[in-house]
Structures are given as structure tokens and as C-alpha cells.
Design a binder for this molecule. Structure first.
Ligand code: SF4
Ligand code: SF4
Length: 141
């Protein structure tokens, strides 16, 4: 892959109370030439902030942008996302499928009819949480 190739990475940022006012997104765009797509942002009553976003840019710029974020003591979580799907709790009822706008929850194999969750496709709209009768989908914040 050439160093100019653009990639997209989904990140969940956790802001301790004191960091919520910093213009992170502005700097990521201006200083590191990244395209930002914010899916969900929330400040808790304790004034902690969460932000789930996609960053698109070169590998090098994304890495620099991540280092900038970390330098502000903001935690980057690339493993956990804002939404989790618990395969154990999922009863495979299929109720969520027509409500998922991106196909992040899908039935790729019509023979097995198994529900699959693809976190990369999830835009954090939370529709599935509202319609899941078995509490198999959770929001981390
Ligand atoms: S949050 Fe929205 S996009 Fe993500 S899995 Fe649920 S319905 Fe699909
Ligand atoms: S609505 Fe809930 S239990 Fe039903 S398939 Fe979707 S995640 Fe699984």
C-alpha cells in the first residue's frame, strides 16, 4: 500500500472531565488532514465525554492524529466500540434486521439464518437496542 493511500479507522474516545472542552476534531482536520465522521457524542452527568468517530486519512496522519489525542490524556479505544452485541444473549429472532440501516446486523447465510454483527458497518444509530426483545445489544455510554 502506498503511503498516500487513505484508510478509515473507527475510534472511540473517552475524555476525562477536564478534557471535554478541547477542540480535538478541529485539530485532527486542520493539522493532520483527516476527514472526520462523528457517529455519536455524549457527555455524562459526571462531565465525562465519549465520542465515536471514523477518521479517514493516510496511515501516517492517522497515527500522528492518534498520538496528538493521547498527548491530551484522552483514551482511544480501538477494541471496544460504542455498541456491543452479545451473541450469547441473541435469540436470533431477527427483529433488529429491518431496523438496521447499514446491514451491520445481518443474516449473511440464508441456510443457517444466523445473525452476524459487523462493528465496522455500525453507525451507532441505536435502533437495534430499541427493538431487541432480549437485550442482546448494549450501548457502552
Ligand atoms: S446501532 Fe444502528 S447501525 Fe449499529 S447495529 Fe444497531 S441498528 Fe445497525
Ligand atoms: S433483535 Fe436482539 S435477539 Fe433478535 S436477532 Fe437482533 S440482536 Fe438478536
Amino acid at each position: 500500500m502506498s503511503s498516500d493511500t487513505k484508510v478509515t479507522r473507527k475510534l472511540m474516545l473517552y475524555f476525562p472531565e477536564c478534557e471535554t472542552e478541547k477542540p480535538i476534531v478541529y485539530h485532527l482536520v486542520k493539522d493532520y488532514d483527516l476527514v472526520i465522521n462523528i457517529f455519536r457524542a455524549r457527555v455524562t452527568p459526571e462531565e465525562e465525554g465519549y465520542l465515536v468517530l471514523d477518521v479517514t486519512g493516510t496511515e501516517e496522519n492517522i497515527e500522528k492524529g492518534e498520538n496528538f489525542i493521547r498527548s491530551l490524556d484522552i483514551k482511544i479505544d480501538t477494541a471496544r466500540k460504542g455498541l456491543t452485541w452479545d451473541s450469547e444473549s441473541c435469540a436470533q429472532c431477527g427483529s433488529c434486521i429491518p431496523h438496521c440501516p447499514t446491514g451491520a446486523l445481518s443474516i449473511p447465510d440464508r441456510k443457517t439464518m444466523e445473525i452476524v454483527f459487523n462493528t465496522d458497518e455500525c453507525i451507532e444509530c441505536l435502533s437495534c437496542i430499541k427493538v431487541c426483545p432480549f437485550g442482546a445489544v448494549h450501548s457502552l455510554f
